[in-house]
Design a protein around this ligand. Structure first.
Ligand code: RFL
Ligand code: PHB
Length: 394
């Protein structure tokens, strides 16, 4: 089998890259280790920046997003027992974010791929990437017990943090930067109306909590937990009682509880691998970088990586130019490090750190007090939260 671009991974970055390449007339095949149902069962991101919405518009898969997505022009910060609204829309000259689940983005991209008859091979096992430092890379894998080889011009490593592509790069050719946080997020999904119509990010001396949503009838809530906690330690009753303790009296009164339909713990990590291109193999999305979810940037960075990559590959095929390919790493990394900085800062501001105790809490409250009362500090938060613009210059 042969294709122009072999894409490893059918998460949002692989599927969006496939759609962008197809639109540019570039042939691609996606190999995914899991089944389609498994991929759709993962509950992850919820907040889309305008640049991500624009990309979904560009590939023509945003009809449902525009119908069902919730446009948010602000977020609320809760600290010292009170909520304060950050009016992102007016602070950024009219920018918003859209609350629409990663699961739905994935579902829309999968359906579009199926409609167009584009090939995605699910349950592709033992995927291995070969000869990406030559002009003739290939990928081998096993499906339904048969060993297969896919010849290609380029390999796109969209296979997430635990994927095979980054792991196949020789050790001396890659530098990894990492920060692991001493806590995780326990998340719960429930068919109950959200406590408020916008997201609430809460800093309390009990730790961080986030009130998010997927629709007017489905809520997504998180609380900070120690890394040693297990999901089994958390009954629904314990979760709701803990969440309530993080909220202000009005939110406490409005909180509607109900049985969870998903519950999981995610550890928090900042991670960047440099560079993101190795000959004819490129890394994109979580394969190259991880942000803690506090800034809601992971899915959005994945989307902009693959925009840069599709642009580079389009230049290569249409104009016989290597310029975009040569600049891919540098272009992505500039945007990535800005998002890493923001996500690290917002995480540091909102969570309780075991080693800073009471002093750390007081300093966070002072910074939050400054943030909500200073127009320039609020604007800086708003600009970063709605997303910095895509940059094709140097
Ligand atoms: P994914 O989604 O991990 O997809 C990678 C795919 O590759 C497959 N794979 C392989 N396939 C073949 N062979 C192999 N050897 C393979 N190894 C792996 C996997 O099965 C998988 O299908 O990476 P991608 O596409 O780069 O997308 C990244 C996003 O999923 C991620 O950044 C976000 O979910 C992060 N994130 C958030 N991002 C936001 O922008 N806004 C948010 O509000 C937000 N909230 C979150 C989040 C992530 C969370 N968790 C669970 C880490 C909230 C949470 C709790
Ligand atoms: C979510 O809805 O899952 C979500 C929203 C905002 C974040 C992280 C996660 O910062």
């Amino acid at each position: 089998m042969r294709t122009q671009v072999a894409i490893i991974g059918a998460g949002p970055s692989g599927l969006l890259l496939g759609a962008l390449l197809n639109q540019a007339g570039i042939d691609n095949i996606i190999l995914e280790r899991q089944s389609g149902d498994y991929v759709l069962g993962r509950i992850r991101a919820g907040v889309l920046e305008q640049v991500t919405v624009d990309l979904l518009d560009e590939v023509g898969v945003s009809q449902r997003l525009h119908k069902e997505g919730l446009v948010h022009g602000g977020i609320e910060l809760l600290f010292a027992g009170k909520r304060h609204r950050i009016d992102m829309n007016s602070l950024t000259g009219g920018k918003n974010v859209v609350v629409y689940g990663q699961t739905e983005v994935t579902r829309d991209l999968m359906a579009d791929r199926a409609t167009k008859g584009l090939t995605t091979i699910y349950d592709a096992h033992d995927v291995q990437v070969h000869d990406f430092d030559s002009a003739n890379p290939s990928v081998t894998y096993t499906t339904e017990g048969q060993a297969q080889t896919l010849q290609c011009d380029f390999i796109a490593g969209c296979d997430g943090f635990h994927g095979v592509c980054r792991a196949s790069v020789p050790e001396g050719s890659i530098t990894e930067y990492e920060k692991v946080y001493p806590f995780g997020w326990l998340g719960i999904l429930a068919d109950v109306p959200p406590v408020s119509h916008e997201l609430i990010y809460a800093n309390t001396d009990r730790g961080f909590a986030l009130c998010s949503m997927r629709s007017a009838t489905r809520s997504r809530y998180y609380v900070q937990v120690p890394l040693t906690d297990k999901v089994e330690d958390w009954s629904d009753e314990r979760f709701w009682a803990d969440l309530k303790n993080h909220l202000d009296p009005e939110a406490q009164a409005n909180l509607v509880t109900g049985p969870s339909i998903e519950k999981s713990i995610a550890p928090l990590r900042s991670f960047v691998a440099e560079p993101m291109r190795f000959g004819r193999m490129f890394l994109a999305g979580d394969a190259a970088h991880i942000v803690p979810p506090t800034g809601a940037k992971g899915l959005n960075l994945a989307a902009t990586d693959v925009k840069y990559l599709s642009h580079a590959l389009t230049e290569y095929y249409a104009e016989k130019s290597n310029a975009g390919i040569d600049h891919y790493s540098q272009r992505c990394l500039r945007r990535i490090w800005r998002a890493e900085r923001f996500s690290w800062w917002f995480t540091s501001l909102m969570h309780q750190f075991p080693d800073t105790a009471g002093f750390g809490q007081k300093v966070q409250e002072a910074e939050l007090d400054y943030l909500v009362h200073s127009a320039s500090a609020s604007r800086s938060l708003a600009e970063n939260y709605v997303g910095l613009p895509l940059n094709f210059g140097e």
